[in-house]
Structure formats: structure tokens, C-alpha cells
Ligand binder design. Sequence first.
Ligand code: GTP
Ligand code: SPV
Ligand code: MN
Length: 589
Amino acid sequence: MASKLDTLEHWVNDVAAMTRPATIHWCDGSDTEYRALVQLMLQNGDLIELNQQTHPGCYLHRSSPSDVARVEHLTFVCTGDQADAGPNNHWMAPAEAHTKIDALFDGCMEGRTMYVIPYCMGPIDSPLSRCGVEITDSPYVVANMRTMTRMGAAALARIEREGSFVKGLHSTGELDPERRFIMHFPEELTIKSYGSGYGGNALLGKKCHALRIASYQARSEGWLAEHMLIVGIENPQGQTHYIAAAFPSACGKTNLAMLIPPEGYRKDGWRVWTIGDDICWMRPGEDGRLYAINPEAGFFGVAPGTSRNSNPNALASIARDTIFTNVAVTADNQPWWEGLPGTPVTDWQGRPYDPANGPAAHPNSRFTVSAKQCPTWSPKAEDARGVPISAIVFGGRRPSLLPLVMEARDWTHGVLMGAAMGSETTAAATGAVGVLRRDSMAMKPFCGYHYGDYFAHWLSFDKAGSRLPKVFHVNWFRKGKDGKFLWPGFGENLRVLEWMIARVEGKARGMETPIGILPANGELKMDGVDMPRETLAELLEVDTQGWQTELHAIGEYLDSFRPRLPARLRQEQQRVAQALDTPRKAANA
Ligand code: GTP
Ligand code: SPV
Ligand code: MN
């Protein structure tokens, strides 16, 4: 009988025939292999050595200045039927897409090494995990994939056992934005990416596989692949609740996943455990609860703003063995970005730093580091069963209207809260920054199929025997009249999480409003926070008129997914809209 690896070898041979590399290297994921790759990149200029006294094992990569973020307008979902991709995706017919991108791949690896990277997303022995193989001509991609996934021999063994894997083909190409495509073929479990070396465009295990392809698979297999962090909150009694939170790119997932409790909480014995900072795969267990794994093994985190004040755990994680991409450097060759003490001398493009050229570090500069280096890394992150989720949290950058926190009355209302999410755009993708747009479940750039079907899939988890998490919506980014954030954020966010846990445990009464349940007076623990009472009131206010306008906009947005929009979701929107109208009607009567 033919070995399962035959399929893999056939594909590798086919790719080699098309791309014509000088040599083929099968990655084993070993330390020796990693060291050799680093040496190669130090020689060819892909990596620059940083100060090895202060930052042992740390290197800097400068990408092409036109290749620093995800490119949503060049990212396609190529399903046989255009309707299956939905209005939330760019679509191209599979045959046309293959022809277009294969023409770019033709001979593109001549004279170069082609790397074959077998990887596993999730703990190697977990039934929730899935494998893939990325073929690339970029040693930088190999080095990053080694940190971000379980890469090498063990993954190859699992692929041999299972036979099925996601095929990802990548080439850096000429880094020409005119010759750049990120193509997904969910029906073929295939990804083809050409012309970019940047994170989400090139590390194909991450957004391409673990979100776009996985969300498509999850729909037919009864699970969820989400753009969520996973964090464990341990109370002084030693009980841990796991929370999964979906915030759009560069909106606080890494920070919340490894937050340091405020001093009073630390004294009382609260602890935080990090499971994941970007992606969450979850499915119902036998007890009806949702169990989650982090498919990744590392963090590809936003550098700017990471400091001893905002995120000391991230700073501790990246003190050694880290690849920095597009940060600035100091006079003594340490990595630097806005938010750190010290002064930059060289900017992210390698030029002498001049404030007239903008920030020293690119706003989407990143660090790649093994999750094991995080001081709060949880041993449960390796648990094949995953962790049970007590609460799901949605949130985005909303300068107004959205309160600090609100709870959905039930699952259907929670799905509406997720679907209605909006956020100001960030530097994580090319295009304008600070523009408010809808980003349902923080999956706008990552859902591999029609949002209408996706909402229906979310609703389908509410069935007999299920014990679903409570659903909340938060907003750390509300601004006052002076344009400054009203909420201190970061570690202080634990105050909000504590209220959620109290609600989960039935220990907080909450206050019912038309938009959801908000903390009742005095339920948010605020001792030790220097905040005027009016500010807290503003953070928790429900502006009925503003919400009526919002609900109308949500209804129009939902209608854009007809005819696949589940009627139940539109009815839920109408229920909330009517609840907002009721007090006014009562007052008029
Ligand atoms: P991706 O990796 O792009 O998916 O992003 P992420 O959601 O993990 O974002 P991250 O935690 O890296 O946060 C990005 C930016 O948001 C940084 O500049 C942070 O300083 C800022 N940020 C994070 N948490 C808070 C908060 O609670 N309040 C405020 N005001 N800013 C925050
Ligand atoms: C994001 O943009 O949401 C990221 C970085 O987490 S990337 O890997 O580029 O998608
Ligand atoms: Mn992300």
C-alpha cells in the first residue's frame, strides 16, 4: 500500500517542477537547523545581530518598506461558487486564481533553496490540532514558523499517520506590491501566497491556515476557529476560569492575554495564566462546555507600546531568543520602539533616525518569540483536551457609545453583539488607520466563508445539552471630550474580568438595560483607581438615542448578508431596537 507520505512527496515534486529550486531542504525543527538558518541570514543580510549582551539570541529583520502589513485587498478566498466566499471576502474563481498565481511561481526559486516545513497547529497529541506543510523559499519564514508552530519531525509523523494536511505554497518573489497575492482554496485545503514576506501574508500556518482555512473546516466539522486570545484567571481560592476574547488586529489581545493584576489583586492572590494571544480553536466537549486550544506555539506581537508599564510579561518574554521585525535600534544596538525608554539612532528602514520621517519603529513592527518564554505561560496550553471556556468577550476600538462592559442576555444576543462589533482600523493591515468599520467577531479579514453562514454556524451551538459560556462586550478605548482614553486599561482590565467571573458564578446581580446587562452600582471594584465618579458613570452610560441610531446601522449591516443571513439574528436586532424604543413610548403615553 502506498504510504500517506506519497501524497506529500508528489506535491513537493510538483511544486519543485514549477518553481525549479537549486536544492530542497526538509525542515526537522532542530536547534542545529535553526542555528544554521540564522548564520545564513546573518550572511545574506536577512537578519542583523542585535546587542548580544543585553539581548542574547536576538536579531532584527528589516522588511521591504512596501511589505510591512497584511494586504486585505490582495487576499482572496477562491471557492467554486462565489456566493460561498460572501461579501466579506474578495473572490476569484479557483481556476483563474491558480493560473494567475502559478504564472508568478513559474521558475521563481531558480538558484535558491526550497524549504519544506511540516507543522502542527496545536498540541501534537491533541484531537483538536491540525497539520499543514508550508513550502517556502524564505529562511526568515522558516525561522518564524519554527517559533510560531510545532514544526518538524513530530508533525511529519502525524501527517504520515493522518494523511490529510493543509498545503501552503509561499514565495517571497520580487516583493513587488503589483505582483502580490494571498490566495486561499478552502475546498482544496490549499493556500498560495506570492510576493510578500510579512507575517500574516507569509507565515501560512497563522492567519491563512489557522483562521481562513480552519474556519471553513470548522463549519462542516462542528467547531470554531476564532481570532481570540485565551487567558486563565485564577482567584484567591485557586479556581481558574478561562476566558476567550476576540479583539481586532492591534486592539489588545496580546496585552490582555498576559496582563499583570493591579497591586491589590496581587496581594489578594489573583493570578493570570496565558494560553494564547491571537488564535483560538474550540469545540463542545462531552459535558456540553466549549473546550479551547491555542493552535500556535509562539507570539507574533505588536512591538510599539509594549513597555514595563503596559506589558511587563511581554517585555520579559522578548529579552532573549527573539526575532524583531521593523523596529528601530539604539546607539548600543538594542531594539527600540515608541513606548520604551532610551533613544533610537536608526529607524526601522535603517536610516539615521529623524522625527520628520515618522515613528522610529514601524507602527506594525513585531516580535516573534516562543510562548514558553512568557512568565505567565500556562502548563494547560499543552493539554490535549484544551481548557473549558467560561466567558467569550468581544471588543474593539470604539471612541464613543460602547460602554466599558456589557453582558449578553443569552447566546443569541451574544452572537448579535459579536456580529455587530465595530472598531477603528490599525496599522496591522495596509490602508487608512483610525477608520471605524464593522469587524464581526474580529474576523472580517479572516473568515474563510460567507459571514451569513458563519453567523448561522455560531447560532447552531445553542442546542440541547450545551453549556455555553456567557458572552460579553468590552471597550477599553472610549475617549473623553479631551480625546484621551477614559479607562486606564492594561492590568486594570482585570477589574472588568472579575465582574464577568462574578456574573458567571452568579455572584453579581448586574443591571438590566435594553442593550444588555451592565455592572450595577458598586459592582466594579475600583479601589486603588484614581478616577472621578463621573468618568466611571460616562464609561457605563447608555445613550438611548445613540443606540437607536447604532441598532439601525447594525440592521442595515446585517441585511448586507442576505439571503444567507439567519432570520434569528435579524429578529434579535429588532428585539434590542424595540427594547430601546419602549421606554420612550412609555414616556410618551
Ligand atoms: P494582533 O497581533 O494584531 O492580532 O493584535 P493584538 O490584539 O494582540 O494587539 P496588542 O495586544 O498587541 O495591542 C496593540 C496596541 O493596543 C498596543 O499599542 C497596545 O499598547 C494597545 N493596547 C492594548 N491594550 C490596551 C488597553 O487596555 N488600553 C489601551 N488604551 N491600549 C491598549
Ligand atoms: C494581525 O494582523 O491580526 C496579526 C498579525 O496578528 S498577522 O500575523 O500579520 O496577521
Ligand atoms: Mn491577529
